[in-house]
Design a protein around this ligand. Structure first.
Ligand code: ADP
Length: 158
């Protein structure tokens, strides 16, 4: 059974993430979406709220599992018997950071591959940060996130 981990902050989940999830779920037997507990990063939504939104927007994928983790990603991937870490790429600036992470994770465990999927072109500019910023100013985020997430963001800034 080929298991992949798709880690991230998902603060909140966007159509860009969902595009990677849909395609990743086709490539692997099981895809674990893993929300990173990062105490250093200030977040808009709690981990529970993020997990909840992911759960509700990925119900149609039978081989997707949802979880949260803290500590080293590669240790977590090991504990799940994963063969791969899945990441999405939007731009050259993503690449820089992702390249460094992938090399480091390869050093830590060469048995776990990092697999990159290029973003769907319609999601090139979709980022959680943009959703948070637009949301805080009352901007229209309806094309960036599913309706349920749209409502939760609106509620946060009410
Ligand atoms: P963000 O960078 O939007 O805060 P995360 O930290 O939650 O997102 O990222 C998790 C993974 O999803 C990363 O590999 C990131 O590059 C990828 N990702 C985020 N948004 C998109 C998008 N619009 N298209 C493709 N991949 C994306």
């Amino acid at each position: 059974m080929r298991v992949a981990i798709y880690p991230g902050s998902f603060d909140p989940i966007t159509y860009g993430h969902l595009n990677i999830i849909e395609r990743g779920a086709r490539l692997f037997d099981k895809l674990v979406i893993a929300v990173a507990h990062n105490v250093k990063k200030q977040s808009l939504f709690t981990v529970e709220e993020r997990l909840d939104m992911i759960r509700e927007t990925t119900q149609d994928f039978p081989n997707v599992e949802i979880d949260a983790f803290s500590g080293l990603l590669i240790d977590y991937a090991n504990s799940k018997n994963a063969c791969a870490v899945l990441r999405g790429l939007r731009s050259l600036s993503d690449f820089d950071f992702e390249f460094q992470m992938a090399l480091m994770n390869h050093r830590l465990n060469p048995d776990i591959e990092t697999v990159f999927l290029m973003t769907g072109e319609e999601h090139l500019f979709v980022a959680s940060q943009l959703v948070r910023e637009l949301g805080s100013f009352g901007g229209d985020i309806s094309g960036l996130v599913p309706p349920l997430v749209h409502d939760r963001v609106k509620e946060k800034f009410k």
